[in-house]
Design a protein around this ligand. Sequence first.
Ligand SMILES: [Zn+2]
Length: 86
Amino acid sequence: MSRPLHSRSSRVKTTKCAATGKRRYRSEIDAKIAKMGMSSERSLKAERRVYECRACRGFHTTSQTVEEYKADQIAKKRARELRAGE
Ligand SMILES: [Zn+2]
């Protein structure tokens, strides 16, 4: 009988993003609500930001900072350019 009191999950509807495999929120507000719930549940992997996904036109949460995200995008772009140049 050790069921946690805060086991209720947020009632935000999500679908799955085909491009990223992440949970997709219909609106930025939904994602922010979910983010708040997540950060209180697991402080170890705090979702820091909500961003709009160009692939699915939905919103995702991420633990990356804006700087980390940009660095990641640049790295991916460079990798694509390298492959295209071969
Ligand atoms: Zn997406």
